[in-house]
Design a protein around this ligand. Structure first.
Ligand SMILES: C[S@@+](CC[C@H](N)C(=O)[O-])C[C@H]1O[C@@H](n2cnc3c(N)ncnc32)[C@H](O)[C@@H]1O
Length: 274
């Protein structure tokens, strides 16, 4: 049974608009695989009450970043494919960076994000509407499968200042495949993989807890819709759930450091050769 998220970009965009506009998702502040256990500050925050696991995944990624409290406060942060903005809202509240901006392809997500108080704009991961060296940190969680990695890596490199950080969360079959993926992306954008972490155990626990919590809510749906929704949301009984149970699926976090121009022998992006 295929997931509800189609492969074709235009169809996927439409499905995401519908998911984000669906009244049942109104109180959800993020849409990713999630992480457990959830820490009390997230669990007790009413804004994150609907899906605290998904905010916890962001918390794990921000904690992986080699930045102390003062460095976070000085930072200008861009999230690419920020969804409805819950991750950035958590970042704003917990780390108070100097500037936080999100972009997403979905109009509905951007509107919802703004309602949460996050500066969010419509945009494309492969052509970011920001000047060179604008940000100290670029974040992207659970979205790398949706656009060409090389084009995104080039754009992330371009908008990051030399020495800036690219924080990623992505899925793969195994942790070593995930690390290969990060290294490949690093090579394409001239980054160095500085830290990585296998969070599959926490993601698996989150999937199990969410699956149990949500099971009764789907009973009234027609069987075909219910089965596709189960696959999309990785609920008990779905093929994706089975892959997580058997250890065939993995989720990993990474912090990549943008190399300075000197390290790649280029002075600017102007000649288009980068
Ligand atoms: C699985 S959701 C993750 C959202 C968010 N990062 C989170 O964890 O809640 C994937 C997101 O990628 C966005 N997306 C897909 N293709 C995109 C693109 N080319 N540029 C920007 N955003 C895109 C979708 O609209 C969707 O919000």
């Amino acid at each position: 049974m295929p997931s509800l998220i189609p492969d074709r970009p235009w169809a996927r965009r439409l499905v995401y608009e519908l998911i984000y506009a669906w009244p049942g998702s109104r109180r959800t502040a993020a849409f990713n695989v999630g992480f457990a256990p959830v820490l009390p500050d997230i669990r007790n925050d009413p804004v994150f009450a609907d899906e605290p696991h998904q905010i916890q995944l962001y918390a794990e990624l921000f904690a992986l970043a080699p930045l102390d409290a003062a460095a976070w406060r000085r930072s200008s942060v861009l999230e690419v494919a920020a969804g409805v903005g819950g991750g950035l809202l958590y970042l704003q509240t917990r780390y108070r960076p100097g500037e936080v901006i999100g972009i997403d392809a979905s109009i509905v997500a951007v509107r919802r994000s703004r309602r949460l108080g996050v500066d969010s704009r419509r945009g494309n991961a492969t052509s970011l509407a920001f000047e060179d060296c604008r940000f100290d940190c670029v974040v992207c969680v659970d979205a790398l499968d949706y656009f060409p990695e090389a084009a995104f890596a080039r754009e992330a490199y371009r908008v990051l200042r030399p020495g800036g950080l690219l924080l990623l969360g992505a899925s793969a079959g195994t942790f070593s495949e995930a690390e290969d993926r990060f290294r490949r992306l690093a090579g394409r954008g001239r980054f160095e993989l500085e830290r990585s972490r296998d969070v599959s155990g926490g993601a698996r626990l989150a999937i199990e807890e969410r699956s149990r919590r949500r099971a009764p809510g789907m009973a009234w749906l027609p069987a075909l819709v219910r089965d596709r929704l189960k696959e999309t949301l990785i609920r008990e009984g779905s093929e994706r759930y089975r892959r997580w149970q058997s250890g065939e699926a993995c989720f990993a976090l990474a912090a990549l450091r943008r190399l300075p121009f000197a390290d790649v022998g280029r002075q600017s992006f102007a000649d288009g050769s980068f």
